[in-house]
Write a protein that binds this ligand. Structure first.
Ligand code: ZN
Length: 183
């Protein structure tokens, strides 16, 4: 299958967008979405003291590659070693993680937890499916295992998504809307 944006062979197909993308365009698409999410949540203002949560998985690996590319020409953002020193925390939560958090909170009756300000924490990769985040990490040299959540809710979402490709986005949007409600 050919890339929807050029004549190269596609390496990634997005069922939710109908696009097939070559390596270059898939990486550009992922980075553009993550940049937009970061910007919409307040971005990295000059002088920011940033802590990156580390979980030793493909997700943090991908987040670090993304930040490295994004900040290559900026010297006004300082990365700190502990959350206490930081004004902003970045975590490597993917779209699947964000969707699952909303679904599990509702199923467990703990939906009150969703109504938070969300201030001080941004998940730039939370608009990108875990499969694509993993692909992006592997493209940049990650060779570890891809860990997946095996809870009942995760399996339900996985099955439901085959017929409803945008379901994860819908759940994440509910979570974002509840955060805004609280402001
Ligand atoms: Zn292409």
């Amino acid at each position: 299958m050919k890339c929807s944006r050029c004549s190269k062979e596609a390496v990634l197909t997005q069922s939710y967008s109908g696009l097939s993308l070559c390596g270059t365009h898939a990486a550009a698409d992922i980075e553009a979405k993550a940049r937009k999410e970061l910007r919409q949540k307040g971005g990295l203002p000059s002088g920011s003291r940033v802590f990156v949560e580390e979980d030793n998985t493909y997700r943090t690996f991908a987040l670090r590659i993304f930040l490295g590319n994004l900040l290559a020409k900026r010297t006004d953002v300082l990365f700190v070693k502990s959350p206490e020193e930081a004004g902003l925390i970045l975590d490597a939560c993917t779209l699947d993680d964000a969707a699952l958090y909303v679904l599990e909170s509702v199923c467990a009756g703990t939906q009150d937890l969703l109504v938070t300000t969300g201030d001080g924490r941004i998940s730039p990769l939370s608009v990108i499916p875990a499969d694509e985040v993993c692909w992006y990490a592997e493209r940049h040299g990650f060779s570890g295992e891809k860990t997946v959540s095996r809870t009942d809710a995760a399996e339900f979402l996985e099955t439901f998504r085959t017929g409803h490709p945008a379901a994860s986005y819908a759940l994440k949007n509910v979570g974002d809307a509840l955060k805004k409600e609280n402001k």
